[in-house]
Write a protein that binds this ligand. Structure first.
Ligand code: DGY
Length: 307
């Protein structure tokens, strides 16, 4: 029986499978363990079940030498230094596939919401500012017969494309290995949705020059990681009217504080990293993370190993 430290309460059936075979140490609070508490608990553990907020790098792994496997409850693994884990022979697993549709749903919901100004309209109603119907009141952007540019052509980007096609949109994409060059995509698209993992190459992929290439009527959506966007450049693009609006599920940092300068930008809708937050998806993610742990602790290959 091994000891597994789980950095967050996981109210899903998968946990019972883990507890049936191993000693499970669960972080007791809703907020993530602070770095020192995370390390102290990891030092007592043979394996970790981490989430997007838990930073695992080479120094951490060296300070917690008992840790022999890490299962991340996410498809993104930018919180883990995969090279450092590989160098130390520590397998790392993620949870791909099961969150594709829920994340694409949030991306498309953000696109619809910002293009049709839903949160602005809702605020107007609740704040008693709903004036009688007017032909030019709260006009937004169209989706049908427009071009949706998708940056990143993995599972979620392609699922976003299917949603766009269902709404009568023409799809362009740009990725490392296929599609058109990013600059062309930005110039030709009526709306742009970002779906790349965060890596050193994609950090601030969208900055001032990229926003400047977008159409002034275009909406920008990000459900990948906050670090893929230069947020100050995005704020400036919104303030200067270089783009029509933006919808974000991810920011840097997370959580974004209420006084963050980004939130003063117009035509911006931000939701708190909820792309995979459906009951079914989170339960399936827990299943995959536990599958990864059970396999690694049994000396087998993780079914979804990334390092
Ligand atoms: C992921 O899986 O990477 C999401 O950001 C969290 O669900």
């Amino acid at each position: 029986m091994a000891r597994v430290f789980i950095t967050r309460e996981l109210p899903f059936p998968a946990l019972d499978r883990l507890k049936a075979e191993h000693d499970v140490d669960e972080w007791e609070e809703k907020t993530p363990p602070p770095a020192d508490a995370f390390l102290a608990r990891a030092q007592q553990a043979d394996a970790l079940l981490t989430t997007v907020t838990d930073k695992v790098d080479g120094a951490f792994l060296d300070a917690a030498p008992s840790v022999k496997a890490v299962a991340n409850l996410a498809v993104g693994t930018d919180n883990i230094d995969l090279d450092a884990a590989s160098e130390r022979g520590i397998p790392v697993g993620n949870t791909p596939g099961v969150l594709t549709d829920s994340t694409a749903d949030i991306a498309f919901a953000l696109l619809l919401a910002v293009a049709r100004r839903l949160s602005e309209g809702e605020r107007e109603v609740r704040e008693g500012r709903w004036a009688p119907w007017h032909p030019s009141h709260m006009l937004g952007g169209d989706l049908a017969d427009t071009t949706l540019g998708i940056i990143g052509w993995g599972r979620i980007g392609q699922a976003m494309a299917r949603r766009g096609e269902g709404f009568g949109m023409r799809i362009l994409h740009s990725s490392r290995s296929s599609g058109i060059p990013l600059d062309e995509l930005l110039e030709q698209s009526d709306h742009v949705s970002l779906h790349t993992p965060l890596t050193p190459e994609t950090r601030h992929l969208m900055g001032a020059p990229q926003f400047a290439r977008m159409k002034k009527t275009a909406y920008f959506i990000n459900t990948s990681r906050g670090g893929t966007v230069d947020q100050e450049a995005l704020r400036a693009a919104l303030v200067d009217g270089q783009i029509a609006g933006a919808g974000l599920d991810v920011t840097e940092p997370e959580p974004l504080t209420a006084d963050d300068p980004l939130l003063s930008a117009p035509n911006l809708l931000v939701v708190p990293h909820v792309g995979s937050a459906t009951v079914r998806t989170r339960s399936r993610m827990a299943d995959l993370a536990v599958d990864n742990l059970l396999a690694a602790l049994a000396g087998d290959e993780m079914p979804n190993r990334v390092a």
